[in-house]
Structure formats: C-alpha cells, structure tokens
Design a protein around this ligand. Structure first.
Ligand code: ATP
Ligand code: MG
Length: 416
C-alpha cells in the first residue's frame, strides 16, 4: 500500500465540484476586471525564485522543493506564482505590448512546510498581477478584485492594509526598527535574530507569540513614509472608501516577500486560527527589474484556494452542485433497459444530465442508487410503459409523479 505524500491532498470526485465552483467564480471575476490568464511551468530554474522571492524569505531559506534534474540543472517546483509570471512577461517581450498587462492564474504551488489545517506542501493559488501601472488606482483595483472575488464566494473576511514605503523611506524606518529591537535581541526567536541583521522589516512578520508581544511597541512605518508614498497611500484609502470597501490599517503587515513596495494588504478570516490569511498581496515595483526586465511598476495578490474552501465551509456557504443528475432512467428487463439507454443518449445530446443503471440492479436497488446520487427525477420504464409509449416520472423532492411520453421526454427534462 503506497500512501499519499505528507502535506498533499486528493480532491475526491464527490467534492471536486466545490473546486470547480471557486475556480469558475475566480475566472469570472478576472474576466470582469479584464484580466487574462497566463499559464507558466510548474517548475523553473531555482535562481528565478532565489532572486524573485528573495533569499532571506522563509520560502527560499526553508520551504522550496529543489532538486537536480538529469541534466544537472537546479530546478525548483514553483512556491508561488508571481516570479514565473514576471519571468514570462520579460521573456515574451510583453513590456513592448499593450500595457498594463493584466494577468491572472490558477496554479498549484509547493512549499516544504509543517502541514496543518490550511497549510499544505502542495496547495493552490488564484493570483493576479498587473504590470506597468504605478498609480494608486491600480493598487485599489487589485484590492477590489480580491474583495469582489471574496464577496462573490459569499465570504465576509476582514481587509487589512498598510504601506511599507519605497527604498528611500524604508531605509530610515529600518534604522528606527533596529534601534527599537536592539535592546530586545536576546528575547527574540532564532529566526528574528537573523532578520534583525538581514531584513529588519520582517521582524514584524514573526508568528512566535513572544516576538509578537515585543513587536507591539515597534514604531510604525506609516510615521516614516516620504511625501510621495504618503500621498499614494492616502489615494488608495480614498479609492477604497469611494468603492465602499471597508478596511483597517495594520502597520504590522509587511508580507513575507522582499520585493514589496508601498501598498501591502491581507484578507483575514478569524475562523481558521493562525492560517486565517486567505489572500495577500501588494505593490512590488522593484521585482521586474530585479529579474532582468526594464524597471516597471507591478501590483498583485494571491488567494489560497484551500483556505477559501475551508472558510466557505465554516461560514456555511452553500455551493451549487451541478454533478447531480436531472433524471435517472430505470429499466426492468432487457428491452426497457435499452429504451432507457437510448432516451438517456438523446437527453445528453440536448444537454440534460441523465443516468442509467450500469450494474444490473433490481428496480428497488435502482431507486436506492438514484437517491444516493441525488437524481432529481426517476423515470421508470417496464413492459407496459414500452407498450404505452410513456413512463412514470417521480419527483424525488416531493414524491409526486407524472406520466411523460417518450416523445416528450427531451422537452420535459430540458426545462427541469
Ligand atoms: P502564511 O503567512 O500563512 O505562511 P504566506 O505569507 O507564506 O502565508 P503568501 O506567500 O502570501 O503566503 O501566499 C498567498 C496565499 O497563499 C496565502 O495567503 C494563503 O492563502 C496561501 N498559502 C500560502 N502558503 C500556503 C500553504 N502552505 N498551504 C495552503 N495555502 C497557502
Ligand atoms: Mg508562509
């Protein structure tokens, strides 16, 4: 017996409709905002993520699935979608095409993490990237895309925003942070000691309770924003307000990734505990240049599909299940089974989900089966029905029944 690898999951046939639903709402939301899908490979050269995600991040230092292929190249399974989208944008000369490039993807992502609820080693993201636009409207639009998706999925999660400024104002803030944390160095966790040296901003991102307690008193980036960054942040907030999108400012949001600038945001649900962040993103004006393109602004986000599904489940969102047959056609003997077969074929040709018996079950067992698969109607065909040219159709919801002629069956069920 070979088991599934740790931290991975099967999507079983009885639940795949939920995935299809979330994916279709995501695609439809993307379409409304004029985003186009980009599909990039599941694996890339390791260097892309080292440079693109940032080699002080948890992802690059601890979480990547990296291996040598048979040609001795270092390959990594994508831990997120942004780096690949940026690589493709540059490699395909999209900067010379129509700008902004408004892109989205639905992709698996791989991170070697300690598996727990909402934290897997293979998970899935819906991501959005908008390349080439620097204005506050684009930041606001990307937040509103995420907000629209979440609302369309029936979720009510909280939006937190922050600004982490630009290179210039962040340098001053980093010094202020170091001055604040210096006296607490001994009390910080092992990772935070490294962060203190390499990337002080990420001290605010630590999930250890003891570090969180110290973080509470840290200075706020918002007090260090330069004039331009401050005006940009004010515009983003104004646009969100005019769109009726509620937010809260959380000056501890810095995002785990190094390439962010200015606006950062997270949508958080309180119902999955520590893994409550269902969606996260922001502006990352430095990334395209970092990966070898011409300097170009960018903004985007990614939502974790598993976490969306968990929160939908916990919030009691009803997901429509299109996998339930409209009609189950029960046959008794060989002739009536053949009639059920031809009727089912005709119904399917007209787009009606119809099912028949494949297991030579008794009529009683067929009813049981029809009930189990959630058929809305059960039509029974036997000797007398064949003679009559009509069948008895039972509505499984209220047990009422009706005679329907074979000739009229397609029209009858097409309306159901
Ligand atoms: P966290 O702080 O929870 O580790 P992160 O900052 O690493 O999240 P991002 O890199 O911003 O997450 O990824 C965007 C989204 O992808 C997250 O908000 C989350 O919904 C989802 N996600 C990230 N890692 C995982 C994982 N291991 N399993 C399932 N979903 C994940
Ligand atoms: Mg993480």
């Amino acid at each position: 017996m070979i088991n599934i690898p740790k931290g991975t999951k099967d999507v079983l046939p009885q639940e795949s409709y939920k995935w299809q639903y979330v994916e279709s709402v995501a695609r439809e939301t993307a379409r409304l905002f004029h985003l186009k899908e980009i599909r990039t490979p599941t694996f890339e050269h390791t260097e892309l993520f080292q440079r693109g995600v940032g080699d002080t991040t948890d992802i690059v230092t601890k979480e990547m699935y990296t291996f040598k292929d048979k040609g001795d190249r270092s390959i990594t399974l994508k831990p997120e979608g942004t780096a690949g989208a940026v690589r493709s944008f540059i490699e395909n000369g999209m900067a010379n095409g129509v700008l902004p490039a408004k892109l989205y993807y639905i992709t698996p992502a791989f991170r070697y993490e300690r598996p727990q609820a909402g934290r897997l080693r293979e998970f899935h993201q819906f991501g959005v990237e908008i390349f080439g636009a620097s204005g506050a409207q684009t930041d606001a639009e990307s937040i509103i895309i995420a907000d629209t998706l979440l609302k369309r999925l029936g979720l009510n999660v909280k939006l937190y925003i922050n600004s982490i400024g630009c290179k210039a104002c962040r340098a001053k803030y980093n010094s202020a942070l170091k001055a604040f944390f210096e006296p607490h160095l001994d009390e910080l966790c092992y990772d935070c000691k490294t962060r203190f040296e390499k990337n002080p901003l990420r001290l605010l991102d630590c999930k250890e309770e003891s570090c969180k307690a110290i973080n509470k008193g840290a200075p706020s980036m918002l007090d260090y924003l330069c004039e331009d960054c401050s005006a940009h942040f004010e515009s983003v907030k104004g646009l969100l307000e005019s769109a009726g999108v509620e937010y809260e400012i959380d000056n501890r949001i810095v995002r785990g990734l190094d390439y962010y600038t200015r606006t950062v945001f997270e949508f958080v649900s309180t119902s999955i505990g520590a893994q409550g962040t269902v969606c996260a993103g922001g502006r990352y004006d430095g990334l395209i240049e970092e990966l070898g393109g011409n300097s170009m602004p960018a903004v985007g986000f990614a939502a974790g599909i598993e976490r969306l599904l968990i929160v939908m489940e916990q919030s009691g969102v009803e997901i429509p299940n299109p996998d339930k047959p409209t009609v189950y056609l029960a046959g008794m003997d060989e002739q009536s089974r053949n009639k059920a077969f031809t009727l089912a074929t005709a119904l399917r040709q007209k787009g009606v989900l119809a099912e028949i018996d494949h297991m030579s079950r008794s009529i009683k067992a067929q009813f049981k089966y029809a009930d189990k698969i959630g058929a809305k109607y059960v039509a029974v065909i036997g000797e007398s029905e064949l003679l009559e040219g009509a069948m008895n159709v039972k509505n499984m919801a209220d047990s009422s029944s009706e005679k329907v002629s074979f000739d009229n069956a397609v029209a009858y069920f097409s309306e159901k």
